[in-house]
Write a protein that binds this ligand. Structure first.
Ligand code: MG
Length: 260
């Protein structure tokens, strides 16, 4: 069942998701060669708790950390590690928080120092694919329109969409219905309606799309060892239209003002 949120509930989700966006912005600034993802995790947990929120992933099915930090060929669910990041790495930072009973969730992939042009392109195209998907979030459309447009953009640039993991509804639980694959035909499945809140999260690889989970039971890596990127936003369909709840302040300022 798809739970549609009231305006009051969406207001509470704004707060949870704004916190997630703010912490991810801070983490992005801290990513550098020599910094470990465990240090980033410590910062993330401290900031989440200082805001009166609770890390959403820590303890989820036994997951041990606040952040998922997935380096290079890791796609999602990488466990923070004391190993220092190295110039040329890419690191995906995925974080959820619960504030006032409502969940926020967002992810970014950040280059560590300098990366080759094709790797920059992987990050740019994954971010653009997320925006293409978000542009399909409108009342009367279908959930599958989102993934269709994500896939089209990704494959037009010669990259691959991961199939094993999908986006989802979000609210009083981290994962609600509907599932949101990042591929497939448009015009299928549930309709998009006011009150839906969706975590949209393309995962894209430089090589083949297949992934496998490592022996730690969490870290999903590409089977062919190719690099992977992951960007995620939580988007609400409010009475005033779609609203990205995890747009960071700096990012919002850089965009043209929307007309209401
Ligand atoms: Mg996430």
């Amino acid at each position: 069942m798809i739970v549609r949120k009231t305006p009051a509930q969406i207001e509470r989700m704004r707060a949870a998701n704004a916190l997630v966006a703010q912490v991810l912005s801070e983490l992005r600034r801290r990513v550098a060669p020599g910094v470990s993802t465990l240090e980033l995790d410590t910062v993330a947990e401290r900031q989440v708790r200082a805001a009166g929120a609770v890390p959403a992933f820590k303890g989820y099915h036994g997951y041990p950390a606040t952040l998922c930090a997935s380096v290079n060929e890791a796609v999602v669910h990488g466990i923070p590690s004391p190993a220092p990041l190295v110039d040329g790495d890419i690191v995906s930072l995925d974080m959820g928080a619960v504030l006032g009973g409502y969940y926020g969730d967002s992810a970014i992939t950040v280059p560590v120092g300098g990366v080759p042009a094709r790797v920059s392109e992987l990050l740019r195209v994954t971010r653009e694919a997320l925006e293409r998907g978000i542009a399909q979030v409108r009342v009367g459309g279908h959930v599958s329109d989102i993934g269709h447009h994500v896939q089209r953009h990704v494959e037009a640039h010669g990259f691959s969409v991961v199939r094993e993991f999908v986006g989802n509804g979000i609210g009083v639980a981290l994962h609600e219905e509907p599932q949101i694959p990042n591929y497939g035909d448009p015009g299928q499945g549930p309709r998009l309606e006011t009150g839906m809140v969706l975590a949209i999260e393309p995962m894209v690889t430089l090589g083949r799309p297949a992934v496998k989970v490592l022996g730690d039971g969490w870290t999903a890596v590409t089977q062919d060892g190719s690099l992977a990127a992951h960007f995620e936003h939580t988007v609400a369909i409010t009475e005033g239209g779609p609203e990205v709840l995890t747009r960071a302040a700096a990012e919002a300022e850089a965009r043209p003002a929307s007309v209401h």
